[in-house]
Ligand binder design. Structure first.
Ligand SMILES: [Fe+2]
Ligand SMILES: [Fe+2]
Length: 140
């Protein structure tokens, strides 16, 4: 597989993860109850907008590279209770960061500086999400 094809494949995995996150956060907002749930719903709404922006960027990037963007979201677990839910989200945000770092390096190897920087920016967004989740988890 060429490096370009490897990058397209990687970005499609990132895209499936983002689409899954949009659905997961929308679902989890509906399953957030109690006083803490009110705060969670707000956070999920805000972060869903970020993840949708990421998905949209990835679709364009994949098409630009000559690939076909996936429309199938990655499957996710549905744990019961706020704490288990947030722990899952934190784990998945951290995975996203690692994947964006890896694919930013691949983009750099191909001389795609704009793409590299944008992927690094998205890793930064996810690390902000991870920080929000850690703060919320400390209060549980
Ligand atoms: Fe994202
Ligand atoms: Fe995120």
């Amino acid at each position: 597989m060429s490096k370009q094809d490897e990058l397209i494949k990687g970005l499609n995995e990132d895209l499936a993860a983002e689409l899954g996150t949009v659905i997961r956060y929308t679902y989890q907002a509906s399953k957030s109850f109690g006083v803490m749930g009110i705060e969670l719903r707000e956070m999920f709404e805000e972060e869903t907008a970020d993840e949708l922006g990421h998905a949209s960027f990835l679709m364009d990037a994949i098409v630009d590279l000559g690939g076909e963007p996936t429309t199938t979201p990655k499957e996710f677990d549905k744990p019961e209770g706020l704490k288990a839910m947030l722990e899952l989200d934190l784990k998945m945000e951290l995975e996203d960061i690692e994947n964006y770092k890896k694919h930013a390096e691949l983009a750099a190897e191909l001389g795609l500086v704009g793409l590299q920087m944008h992927l690094e920016e998205m890793a930064t967004d996810e690390s902000g999400h991870a920080q929000d989740l850690r703060r919320l988890l400390k209060g549980l």
